[in-house]
Each structure stands twice: as C-alpha cells, then as structure tokens.
Design a binder for this molecule. Structure first.
Ligand code: UDP
Ligand code: MG
Length: 319
C-alpha cells in the first residue's frame, strides 16, 4: 500500500463513549467527498477505559484505522505529536476525539488547500455546551497570549486544522518537550488560512482538560513563546527603586528629627510586599529553569508501545 492521500490524526484519552461515533462520522465525511485513500490514526494516550479495545476492534473492521498505543498517559499535545509522527498522508487533518470539531469541514478545508495554502485551521465562532468560565478564560488567554508573544497566532483556534506534509515535516523537526502545537504551527509560517465553524458540544463523556491541565497548558504556551515574564523582575526592580526614593527621604528626615522608632506598620508592609514580589519573580524564573532542565535531558517526547496497522503495508516491511 502506498502512502495515503489523507491522514486523520486523533488523540484519544478515555474516549470510549465517543470512539465509535467518531469513526462513523469521519468515515462518512470522507465518503461524502469521495476520498478513499486515507488512514485514521487513533492515538491511545494511556487510557484506563475501553478505548484501546475499541481501537483494536475498529482496526479489525477497517484496516484504514491505525492504532497507536502509548506506554502511558503523555498528555494531549504529546499524544498528538506521536500520531503525527506515525501518520503518512500527504495531507493531515488534526481533530479531537469528542466531535466538538465537525469532520464535515474537511471538504472546504481541502478546497482551500488546493488554492495553495499549507495550513487551513478552524476558527471557532461559537462554542456550544462549554462553561462560561471555560469560554471566558479561553477568550482572555488567547488575547493575553497575543499581546505577550511576538507571533501572529490567530485568535480562538484549537488544534483542529488541515496541514500539508511540508508544514508537518517542519513541525516534527521542532524538538520541544512542552508543546503548544497551535502556536508552533503559526510559527512555522507558509500560507495559512482560516475557516470559521461553530464548535459543538462534546458528543459524550467528560472534558479531559480540568482546570489544572488548562493552567499548565497556558504556562507551557507562554514560556514556550515569550521571555517577557523574565523581564518582570527588571521592571519591578525599577519600579521599587523609583518608589523607594520618597520613602528614603522621609526616613532620613525622620532620623534627623529624632523620630525613628515609629513606623512598624510601614516596615511590615514593605517587607511583605517586597517578599511577595521576590518570591513571584523567583517562581517565574523557576518555570523557565524547570522547562530548561527537563528539555536538557533530551528524553524522547513519547514512548510508543505498539503501532497497529495494516500488515500488508510495504512501508513497514524490511528493505
Ligand atoms: N486528550 C489526550 N490526552 C490527555 C487529555 C486529552 O489525548 O491527557 C485528548 C482528548 O481525548 C481529546 C482532546 O485531547 O481528543 C481534547 O480533549 P478534550 O476534548 O477533553 O478538551 P476540551 O475540548 O474540553 O478542551
Ligand atoms: Mg473537547
């Protein structure tokens, strides 16, 4: 079998409730636009439920379904990277398992790519069924991120996008452990276009992004693309230095007048405020140093336990 025209890459973590429907929807979307040369690469990100078994069954039913089983849970971005490194299509669609992103957008995406774009990303104009907190925090984050980062990243996009092999090869050359793939794809450049869509409700099951993971993801995004937070110490230093001038004058005047004993409240406040600022700045430094340290180990990004794909496949056969 030669390389397929299209790869659909889907990271799956405890997605037993949606997997069958996902394959059904993707397959019929592909049928509708008459694409038969494709593979659906499902990545099992160390799920604890029936996801792996369902993936095996799906592969048996249709050999165009490829299963990639990771050794443990690696997190969304690394699971996606594992799938992207295994897929072989000339064009690659990244989509979430939960059908929040419509596979039917593939047709228009392919048409756009035919016009010469290397990346066609989905832009959410509406997000159904997500909490007000999630919508507001996401909106805020993407706007804050854009202010902070010197990167022309489109607002309100996820990883739902179609990429050319050329763009994917560049992405796969980027070795960072802490990945913010939607930002990295923007960074690559080439011609990119947006297609708007309404983000649907999760088909079934729970979100796999609790608040803690969302915060870590945001921290990875910011530290991965900006060093401005590191300059915070410099700015705060100047601010403290400036504001300490009048305080110093006041203190010296008090000394000359012989009224130096008073002032416990102000001393306490200054100690507390400066202590807090210093700890925050050290914490920010720590965020960068920790990532630097993890990256310096140069461990592989993910560990694949097994790739389940068509045995008749000649690309897997020894030369
Ligand atoms: N996911 C994953 N590993 C994780 C967490 C999530 O592979 O550790 C997958 C998940 O199965 C889904 C996608 O990442 O396909 C996005 O997750 P989810 O839909 O739960 O996030 P949300 O849409 O709520 O932000
Ligand atoms: Mg989702």
């Amino acid at each position: 079998m030669s390389d397929p025209y299209l790869s659909v890459v889907v990271p799956c973590y405890n997605e037993e409730a949606v997997l069958e429907e996902l394959i059904k929807r993707v397959t019929s979307a592909l049928q509708d636009i008459n694409i038969s040369s494709y593979e659906i690469v499902l990545v099992d990100d160390g799920s604890g439920d029936e996801t792996a078994r369902l993936m095996r069954a799906a592969h048996t039913a249709d050999p165009r379904v490829t299963g990639v089983f990771l050794s443990r849970n690696h997190g969304h971005q690394l699971a996606l990277t594992a799938g992207l490194s295994v897929c072989r299509g000339a064009r690659i669609l990244i989509i979430d398992a939960d059908l929040q992103d419509p596979p039917e957008l593939l047709g228009p995406m392919l048409e756009k790519m035919d016009q010469g774009f290397d990346v066609v990303y989905g832009k959410r104009i509406n997000r159904a069924g997500e909490s007000i907190f999630k919508k507001a925090s996401a909106k805020l984050f993407y706007r804050f991120f854009r202010k902070l980062v010197d990167l022309d990243m489109p607002l309100d996009t996820g990883d739902f996008r179609l990429m050319s092999r050329k763009a994917l090869n560049v992405l796969l050359q980027m070795p960072e452990q802490h990945r913010f793939i939607r930002g990295m794809v923007s960074w690559i450049g080439f011609r990119q276009a947006a297609l708007e869509y309404e983000r649907a409700e999760r088909f079934s099951g729970e979100t796999k992004y609790p608040l803690k993971k969302m915060l870590l993801f945001a921290a990875d995004a910011i530290t991965g693309f900006s060093t401005i937070p590191l300059r915070l110490a410099t700015w705060l230093g100047f601010l403290c230095a400036l504001s300490s001038v009048p305080v110093a004058i006041y203190v010296l005047l008090g000394f000359m007048r012989g009224t130096t004993v008073q002032g416990w409240t102000s001393v306490m406040l200054i100690v507390l405020i400066l202590g807090a600022i210093q700890l925050i700045v050290i914490g920010i430094l720590g965020e960068y140093i920790g990532r630097l340290y993890m990256q310096s180990k140069q461990r592989p990004l993910f560990v694949i336990d097994e790739v389940l794909r068509d045995e008749a496949d000649d690309t897997l056969a020894p030369p």
